[in-house]
Design a protein around this ligand. Structure first.
Ligand code: RVP
Length: 485
C-alpha cells in the first residue's frame, strides 16, 4: 500500500558528524550566531521557556555568559513585565534605582540607611531631585563618634562631579580616575538626578565581556507569549524584551499563524515563531517570522508523540525547516531533546543556528525551585509545560491547551519529573559550549556558518550507538559532561 511507503526520519542518536581535516583548535572556534533577524549571540544556546527553567535569575546568568534566557509564561502579565525589567536592569551601566540622601537628614540616619540598602555612598538631592552633593561612608565616619546629629549638608562633598545621560563606560571611568572617585551621579540638563554610575558596576560588566547585550549595553532577554496573547506581547515589548517567542506546541495551525502574524506586526521586538517540524510549516512562517523554532515532541519531559502519535524526529525536523529558512535568511532554533553537547552541535550541523534546552538547565542553581534529596542524590523539579501540574498552575492560553478551564479535565502532553542538581549555569554552559567547539574542531570549521556548510552526517547503527557511549567498564568518577542515563 502507498500508505506504507514512508520516509525515514532521524534523530540525534541516528547520526554522527563525519570527522574532517582540520586546522581549527577547539578553543578558537567562534560560536557567534543569530537567534533572530537582528539578535546576535556569542553563545548559540537558549534556556527553555518553562516554569521550572527560566525566570529572571537564569535569564541574567544566560545573557551574561553570551546566551539567551526565554522567560516562561506561567505568570501573569505584570509579573513577566517586571521580570523583563529585572534582566534589563541587571548589568546596566547607569543604575536607575538610586539610593539618595536629603540634605537635612542626620549623618546617623544616612549611615543607617546606607547600611540597610547595602551601598557605601549616596547622591544628596533636594525635593526637586536636583543634585546638591554626594555623601559616602568615608565622609560620614569622622562625624559618627562625636557629631552624628549633624546634617548631611555639613558632611557631604558639595563639589560633585556628574555625568550627562549619554555617558559611556570609558567616559565614566575617565571621570573616576581623574577625580579619584568611585561613583558619578548622572543628571539631566537641569542638574536633576537620573541615575548613578559606579566603579563596581563597570568592573562587574567587564567580567562578562561576551555577554548578550542590546544597543544600549543592557542584557538581552527573550519572552514566551501565547499566539493569542496580544496584551502580554504588548507589555513585554514595552518593558524592553529583545525577542518574543510565540509559543505553541503545533504552530502549523491556521488560527495560530494568522494571529502570530498580526502580533508580530504590532511589536518592536524580534518575533520567533514555533514550534514546527516540517518544510510546509516553515514555508508559512518565513513570510513574517524573524526566527523559527523547531521541535515536535523531542523534549525530555514531553509525551506528545506517545499521546498523540504525532511528531518528527529532531534531526530531520531541523534539517527540513532549515532548508526552507536558510533560503530566506531566517535563523532556526532547535528546541528539545538535547542531552549532551554532541546533540547540540549535531542540531547545528542539521541546519540550526542555535539550540534551546530545558532539562539541561533545570538542575542549575539559577533555575526556580529548590533542591530535593532522593536516595542520597540531589535533584530539582522539572516538569513539562503541558503536564498536569504546569497546566493547573498556569493562566489561560497555555500552549498545550486551548479553551480549557483550570479545573477541567484535560489531556496532558508532558510529565512532572526531577532532574539531577547541577550547580551553576556558568559551569554547565562552559561544558556545553566547550563540547560544541570541540565538535567544530573535528569538522574543521572555525565559525558556525562554516560549520553548517562543512558538516556531514554518517548514519549510526544501534551497535555503533552502543560503541559511542562508555561501555564495558564501570564508571568510577563522574565526568562533568557525561552521565550514561
Ligand atoms: P528538553 O531540553 O529535552 O528538556 O526539552 C525542552 C523543550 O521541551 C521545551 O523547550 C519545549 O519545547 C518542550 N516542552 C516543554 N513542555 C513540554 C511538554 O509538556 N510537552 N514540552
Amino acid at each position: 500500500s502507498e500508505k506504507l511507503r514512508v520516509p525515514e526520519a532521524l534523530t540525534f542518536d541516528d547520526v554522527l558528524l563525519r570527522p574532517k581535516e582540520s586546522r581549527v583548535e577547539p578553543d578558537e572556534a567562534d560560536t557567534t550566531t543569530r537567534v533572530s533577524r537582528s539578535v546576535e549571540l556569542t553563545v548559540p544556546v537558549l534556556s527553555a521557556a518553562m516554569d521550572t527553567v527560566t525566570e529572571s535569575d537564569l535569564a541574567i546568568a544566560m545573557a551574561r555568559q553570551g546566551g539567551l534566557g526565554v522567560l516562561h509564561r506561567n505568570m501573569d502579565v505584570e509579573e513577566v513585565a517586571a521580570e523583563v525589567e529585572r534582566v534589563k536592569r541587571a548589568d546596566e551601566l547607569v543604575i536607575r534605582e538610586v539610593v539618595t540622601a536629603s540634605p537635612d537628614q542626620t549623618v546617623r540616619e544616612v549611615d543607617e540607611m546606607m547600611e540597610a540598602e547595602g551601598v557605601s555612598g549616596a547622591p544628596v538631592v533636594n525635593d526637586a531631585d536636583e543634585v546638591l552633593g554626594i555623601i559616602s561612608a568615608t565622609d560620614i565616619r569622622p562625624y559618627l563618634e562625636v557629631r552624628d546629629r549633624d546634617e548631611v549638608r555639613e558632611a557631604m562633598t558639595d563639589e560633585v562631579i556628574t555625568a550627562p545621560a549619554n555617558v559611556d563606560a570609558r567616559e565614566a571611568l575617565e571621570l573616576m580616575y581623574e577625580h579619584k572617585i568611585e561613583r558619578v551621579p548622572v543628571v539631566d540638563e537641569e542638574n536633576r538626578l537620573s541615575g548613578l554610575v559606579t566603579m563596581q558596576g563597570i568592573l562587574q560588566r567587564r567580567e562578562y565581556d561576551s555577554a548578550a547585550r542590546d544597543d544600549t549595553g543592557r542584557l538581552r532577554v527573550g519572552v514566551a507569549v501565547g499566539p493569542f496573547e496580544t496584551d502580554r506581547a504588548a507589555a513585554v515589548d514595552e518593558a524592553g524584551a529583545d525577542v518574543l517567542f510565540i509559543d505553541c506546541a503545533h504552530a502549523h495551525n491556521r488560527n495560530v499563524i494568522d494571529s502570530a502574524r498580526e502580533l508580530a506586526a504590532g511589536v518592536e521586538a524580534d518575533v520567533v515563531v514555533g514550534n514546527v517540524g516540517t518544510r510546509e510549516a516553515a514555508a508559512e512562517l518565513v513570510e513574517f517570522a524573524d526566527g523559527i523554532k523547531v521541535g515536535i515532541g523531542p523534549g525530555s519531559i514531553c509525551t506528545t508523540r506517545v499521546v498523540t502519535g504525532s511528531g518528527m524526529p529532531q534531526i530531520t525536523a531541523v534539517a527540513q525547516v532549515a532548508d526552507v529558512a536558510s533560503e530566506h535568511d531566517i535563523p532556526v532554533i532547535a528546541d528539545g531533546g538535547i542531552r549532551y553537547s554532541g546533540d547540540a552541535i549535531k542540531a547545528i550541523a542539521a541546519g540550526a543556528d542555535a539550540v534551546m534546552l530545558g532539562s539541561y538547565f533545570a538542575g542549575t542553581d539559577e533555575a526556580p525551585g529548590r533542591v530535593v534529596t532522593m536516595n542520597g542524590k540531589r535533584y530539582k523539579q522539572y516538569r513539562g509545560m503541558g503536564s498536569v501540574g504546569a497546566m493547573q498552575s498556569g493562566d489561560d492560553g497555555n500552549r498545550y491547551m486551548k479553551d480549557v478551564e483550570a479545573d477541567e479535565e484535560f489531556i496532558p502532553e508532558g510529565v512532572e519529573a526531577a532532574t539531577p542538581y547541577k550547580g551553576s549555569v556558568e559551569s554547565e554552559l562552559f561544558q556545553l559550549v566547550g563540547g560544541m567547539q570541540s565538535g567544530m574542531g573535528y569538522v574543521g570549521a572555525g565559525t558556525i556558518p562554516e560549520f553548517k556548510q562543512r558538516a556531514e552526517f554518517v548514519r549510526v547503527s544501534s551497535a555503533g550507538q552502543t560503541e559511542g557511549h562508555a561501555h564495558d567498564v564501570v564508571i568510577t568518577d563522574e565526568a562533568p559532561n557525561y552521565s550514561p542515563d
